[in-house]
Design a protein around this ligand. Structure first.
Ligand SMILES: Nc1ncnc2c1ncn2[C@@H]1O[C@H](COP(=O)(O)OP(=O)(O)OP(=O)(O)O)[C@@H](O)[C@H]1O
Length: 676
């Protein structure tokens, strides 16, 4: 290797920059062929930059939605996907039918009750008009009242049973639909591209899983219980009224469609307002969540006031939007009440007139009034329900927006290289990349690098140069926009991502996240099927076994949320053990020791050196002392490799690497520490 590296000893190109030209030319560029050939040969000999360059430019996928599925709508569409929702209801059809059946039965019984009450009133009023002895009156009353009262008791009992029926079946239906929605939503969220999480705050995502599902479930249940019942009662009572007085009922029916038309128009405005208000509530939640989950940083910078101000501003915006929504719903409900009261007054007025002209009996008027009141109550409930429905539909739309979002990088599917034949050779060929959230910033540009199997290559360079991006692309957190990345010659886009991340590559970064569970389970996260013995073996290899044995509950010690109860060095070694458990052929270490103090760094570095044996290692490091033993060191600047060689050759060469070494030596010298 050293010989090969020496072959590529630094030369001045055009007298501008030693070792490499400022921009590495692409074969598809307009650079003269001779120069390209010369350059390609040099790097090819080096074994780190590929000589052959296929035209691998891949156009970026723009539409992150379903694409080929016409059923699914673009994100932020305000329409609710009814077909998809009905398909979701299908498995729970029995509960739906039971709920609808019992709600309609309750409605039917509620329509019957006024008529039977009318019968009772007719019996009472007929007794009042009769003369005779008191005993005879009582007997006649008892004889005549028995039948209508018996029917009323049956109706009341039936109503009680059916009420239980629809409440219970609705509870089952609502909870099952909500559980399905949550599961589908969560499955969709965890499958999203990393770019999705760059774009959306976690609080906003959590709000869809919690508040939106809750709002949707409540609205859905209300629609079936109150909505269906009220609609059926209204229709039934209108029929009953029609049998009593067709002209009065006709008058009412002429007004209702106008009201429904106005209501629908107002409804679409309110739905938009509701969606905006809910989005703002989610934003406020996200700001709060971010502060709470980073409380230590907030406290360390004494930023409580600013955080509070930021949260208050978002909450104020949410309040304003919700107040406007309340105003709209209020106008709607006020108007609906006015209409309903008008109906009652008209009924009384016209019913009284009919009674006075003896076209109605007292019992009929009683039935009429109770039925009208049932209609009033039903319509009142429907107008209240309307607000809930608007909220529920926009919550549902937001949920399905996420459910239908399809990631560009699937979690599973594709080729796997058999473990015994996996060498772990990595190659980046002319890779170009921009982050989806910043399409105008070119992070990697014609980036080419080859890491032979079993070798260690370190990436160094100034901050923001693109080193971590290289690791992210290898893990397929993102797909490159141009060029190709291969493992053992296979384009990683053809490889099964689950296999690539789960078995082939072990990834350790600066801030490893541990979960609030036992040490054992945290390490086993690397390979859930691992035995306790294998977990302990991995911990031994990562220099973690001894300190874990020192914990009160050893491997059963439960770590605090995100591992706050262990030190940085301990956390890092647990993370190394976790990655090791996969026994990966490729190890990616992204600043794995840079957050540690000198002593922890030494222990962790020892662990890394031990576990790196026999694996292909891509290491990204700020502290150059940790990578001196690497087979090759690549200096990355503005998304390109500008220097490449061993520690010694680059130091001798006197370029950027040598300068970085000098800077670090100066800053760590006792004098400079004393001055600091
Ligand atoms: N998720 C992201 N979305 C958008 N831009 C990003 C993202 N991550 C990094 N960048 C940008 O890409 C560029 C390269 O970042 P990268 O983290 O790869 O650099 P680096 O060389 O690893 O830096 P450092 O040594 O400071 O870790 C930077 O300008 C950074 O702001």
């Amino acid at each position: 290797m050293a010989l090969i590296l020496r072959l590529a000893c630094p030369t001045r190109i055009n007298g501008l920059r030693p070792w490499f030209p400022r921009r590495l030319p692409s074969l598809r560029s307009t650079v003269p062929t001779r120069k390209v050939a010369q350059f390609g040969t040099t790097l090819g000999l080096l074994g780190l930059i590929p000589v052959s360059r296929a035209n691998t430019s891949i156009s970026p996928e723009k539409n992150r939605l379903i694409g080929s599925n016409p059923d699914l709508r673009p994100i932020n569409d305000t329409r609710f996907p009814w077909r998809q929702f009905l398909a979701m209801l299908w498995p729970h059809l029995k509960y739906l039918l039971a709920a609808i059946g019992s709600a309609l039965a309750v409605a039917y019984l509620n329509i019957q009750i006024p008529q039977q009450l009318g019968q009772v009133v007719n019996v009472v009023s007929s007794l009042l008009s009769q003369v005779g002895d008191a005993e005879g009156q009582v007997r006649r009353f008892m004889d005549q009242i028995r039948e209508p009262c018996g029917r009323i008791i049956q109706l009341y009992l039936g109503q009680a049973v059916m009420t239980w029926g629809y409440i219970y079946s609705l509870a089952c239906l609502g909870e099952r639909v909500a559980a399905d929605l949550r599961q589908q939503l969560f499955a969709s969220i965890v499958a999203q591209d990393i770019a999705f999480f760059d774009e959306h705050k976690s609080g906003e995502i959590i709000s869809r899983l919690t508040t939106d599902v809750q709002d949707f479930k409540s609205a859905f249940k209300l629609c079936i219980s109150q909505g269906l019942r009220s609609t059926a009662q209204t229709v039934g009572c209108v029929v009953a009224l029609y049998s009593i007085s067709p002209p009065l009922t006709g008058l009412m029916l002429a007004v209702v469609p106008v009201v429904i038309g106005i209501g629908t128009a107002l409804g679409s405005v309110l739905r938009k307002m509701s969606k905006a208000a809910q989005a703002q509530v989610a934003k406020a939640t996200a700001v709060g969540e971010e502060c709470i989950s980073n409380m230590r940083t907030v406290r360390a910078f004494a930023m409580e006031d600013q955080e509070r101000a930021m949260f208050n501003e978002e909450v104020e915006n949410a309040r304003r939007l919700n107040e406007r929504l309340g105003l709209g719903i209020g106008i709607f409900q006020g108007g609906a009440n006015l209409f309903l009261n008008g109906i009652v007054l008209t009924t009384l007025y016209y019913g009284g007139y009919l009674l006075s002209t003896q076209q109605l009996t007292a019992g009929d008027l009683m039935s009429f009034l109770v039925a009208t009141q049932t209609i009033q109550r039903s319509l009142g409930q429907m107008s209240l329900l309307f607000g809930q429905m608007v909220k529920g539909l926009s919550a549902g739309t937001r949920i399905f927006d996420y459910v239908n979002l399809v990631p560009t990088i699937r979690l599973e599917g594709g080729q796997e290289i058999p473990y015994h034949s996996l060498i772990g050779e990595i190659e980046f060929r002319n890779v170009g990349f921009q982050y989806p959230t910043r399409p105008d910033q070119r992070v990697l540009d014609q980036f080419s690098l080859r890491i032979p199997g079993g070798k260690m290559v370190a990436l160094v360079g100034s901050s923001g140069g693109g080193k971590s991006t290289v690791a992210s692309l290898l893990e397929r957190f993102y797909d490159c926009n141009e060029g190709v990345i291969t493992v053992d010659g296979v384009d990683i886009r053809k490889l099964n991502p689950k296999w690539l991340r789960g078995r082939a590559i072990g990834y350790i970064n600066q801030e490893p996240v541990l979960f609030a569970t036992s040490v054992m389970e945290n390490i086993r996260y690397g390979r859930p099927s691992a035995t306790d013995f294998e977990v302990m073996e991995a911990a031994r290899a990562a220099n973690a076994h001894t300190f874990i044995q020192g914990f009160p509950d050893k491997y059963d010690t439960v770590l605090g949320e995100r591992g706050v109860t262990v030190s940085g060095g301990q956390k890092q070694r647990i993370a190394i053990a976790r990655a090791l458990l996969k026994n990966p052929t490729i190890l990616v270490l992204d600043e794995a020791t840079s957050a540690l103090d000198a002593e922890s760094e030494k222990v962790v570095q020892e662990a890394i050196d031990q576990v790196a044996q026999g694996r292909t290692v891509l290491v990204i490091a700020h502290r150059l002392s940790t990578i001196q033993k690497a087979d090759a060191i690549a200096v990355v600047d503005q998304g390109r490799i500008v220097e490449l060689g061993t520690h010694e050759s680059l130091k001798k060469f006197g370029g950027i690497y040598a300068k970085l070494i000098r800077q670090q030596e100066q800053s760590s010298s006792p004098n400079s520490r004393g001055m600091a």
